[in-house]
Write a protein that binds this ligand. Structure first.
Ligand SMILES: [Fe+2]
Length: 490
């Protein structure tokens, strides 16, 4: 997931009560609050080892089209790679930003380029291939953009008659199969995914495109996130939306491991639980979700998909991302689902509005669910990641950087679940604790968190790694100790 989503000024630690009984919850709350205060250490006084850069280097070369490198080439190594690290590091991201005279508008629109760094006995080779998606093949064949993407509306064929071009505006936007977000695993097979109805099975050794898979042929969903969760037996959990005559639903999906009789691809997959959105005409956008040993935690945030705007976007000459709106008049809601039974716990957990793209980890402890997130107070940053902005230089780029990284509500205090049931709607108000030391937001943000997944996902853990965002794009590697809040920055 090399090029995915936005930097984040805040890293937060939220506690949700997984008790199924609100009365019990109210009763136990003060004790838990006290207990957690002891569990959580005071913010570290350690000096932060990075500083906010002044005067940005132009990052335009990072968002230019490149040629693929299908045959492995040796990589230059700085430092030393231990000989015991062997295997393929796979990454995915946009690698081609125009066809003919047509240019994509947004960072997420570029054609998927699959990368492989093969580590063997202290050496590294690199190779890359463009995903042979229908979008890529059609754009290449016509030498212009004929498939709409997140931030780019494909223009009608200029060879069509005026009447034909007019009518083409009434055709719905076809979902793109340009899967540029992440590699995912189902039944031991590697796929690349974006967040809509298609995935592509790929060969992790050669990076060749093998098979296009349509989610709706297996499960009643219109797509799934590019950040599923995995259990040790190979079971995969994910979330995806479905759209029916009554509006949209959020669905938790379970795909079994490879087993006799289940076939491959997504066969045997099923919806574990469906959750109605607060507003079925405006479901929330979500990019990932949390999973503990027993629960799925879904965050319904006020970053809204306006379905009417999206459906009519082509008619209005707009791209899909024009239909995504930040609506901070709404709170952020948390849905906690028993992943074994599919039961949604009856509590209503909510917090002040914030937006999150990547969740770090979640775990159960002392009757609570603890959820760690990279999040932002403002949900407007998607619009900043246009290619036009990313290719600015000098002061123009500084302005974009400042808009993106400065948090609106910096320096929030160490707080946990503070009150419950006070608004007459049995809502439990959740507050947070910053995982970063005081002042960290002044040097930038942190995103793309990674933990030792197989060892600690869903369990209490101590460390995670992430990209530091002193610039508009990641420019450092940060290791965070969530217990002491000490950071190491490289
Ligand atoms: Fe992502």
């Amino acid at each position: 997931m090399l090029f995915s989503l936005t930097p984040s000024p805040e890293i937060q630690h939220l506690s949700l009560y997984s008790s199924e009984n609100l009365n019990a919850l109210l009763f136990v709350l003060p004790a838990l609050f006290a207990g957690f205060k002891n569990y959580l250490p005071s913010p570290s006084k350690e000096q932060i080892l990075c500083h906010r850069p002044r005067g940005l280097q132009c990052i335009s070369p990072l968002v230019q089209s490149v040629e693929e490198t299908p045959e492995p080439i040796p990589a230059k190594i700085k430092g030393h790679i231990p000989k015991w690290i062997n295997g393929n590091l796979l990454r995915n991201g946009p690698g081609k930003f125009e066809f003919g005279n047509d240019k994509f508008n947004h960072w997420f629109d570029g054609m998927a380029l699959l990368h492989q760094f093969q580590l063997a006995h202290g050496t590294v080779t690199y190779r890359s291939r463009f995903l042979q998606s229908s979008s890529y093949l059609r754009n290449s064949q016509h030498n212009r953009i004929v498939a709409s993407e997140f931030g780019t509306l494909a223009m009608p064929d200029p060879c069509k008659s005026i009447f034909g071009r007019f009518l083409s505006r009434f055709e719905p936007i076809q979902p793109s199969d340009n899967c540029s977000v992440n590699y995912v695993l189902y039944k031991g097979d590697y796929y690349v995914s974006n967040e809509n109805i298609f995935m592509h099975k790929v060969d992790p050794e050669t990076l060749e495109t093998k098979e296009k898979v349509d989610w709706s042929k297996f499960i009643a969903v219109n797509g799934a996130t590019a950040h599923p969760h995995y259990e040790s037996d190979g079971t995969t959990y994910n979330m995806g939306n479905s759209y029916g005559k009554h509006g949209s639903s959020y669905n938790i999906i379970r795909v079994p491991p490879q087993e006799p009789g289940h076939g491959d691809t997504l066969e045997g997959g099923r919806v574990v639980c469906s959750i109605p959105p607060m507003d079925r005409a405006k479901p929330s956008y979500y990019h990932s979700f949390g999973m503990t040993e027993n629960y799925i935690i879904f965050i319904e945030q006020p970053l809204k998909l306006n379905l009417l705007k999206i459906i009519t976007s082509k008619l209005c000459g707009k791209a899909i991302y024009d239909g995504i709106n930040w609506e901070p008049q709404h709170n952020t809601y948390f849905h906690v689902v028993n992943k074994h039974t599919g039961e949604v716990l009856p509590g209503h957990w909510c917090s002040k509005p914030f937006v999150t793209f990547h969740q770090i980890n979640a775990f159960e402890e002392r009757g609570c669910v603890v959820l760690d997130l990279c999040c932002q107070d403002e949900g407007t940053s998607l619009a900043l990641y246009t290619l036009q902005n990313l290719r600015r230089s000098g002061e123009g780029l500084d302005q974009v950087r400042s808009l993106t990284l400065l948090p609106q509500n910096p320096g929030q205090e160490l707080l946990l679940c503070s009150k419950a049931g006070l608004d007459g709607m049995e809502n439990v108000w959740c507050t947070h604790e910053n995982l970063h030391p005081e002042g960290f937001e002044k040097v930038g943000g942190l995103e793309f968190p990674q933990i030792n997944y197989s060892g600690y996902n869903g369990r209490r853990y101590r460390y995670f790694y992430g990209c530091g965002f002193g610039h508009l794009v990641g420019d450092s590697l940060i290791k965070v100790d969530v217990e002491t809040k000490n950071f190491k920055v490289r």
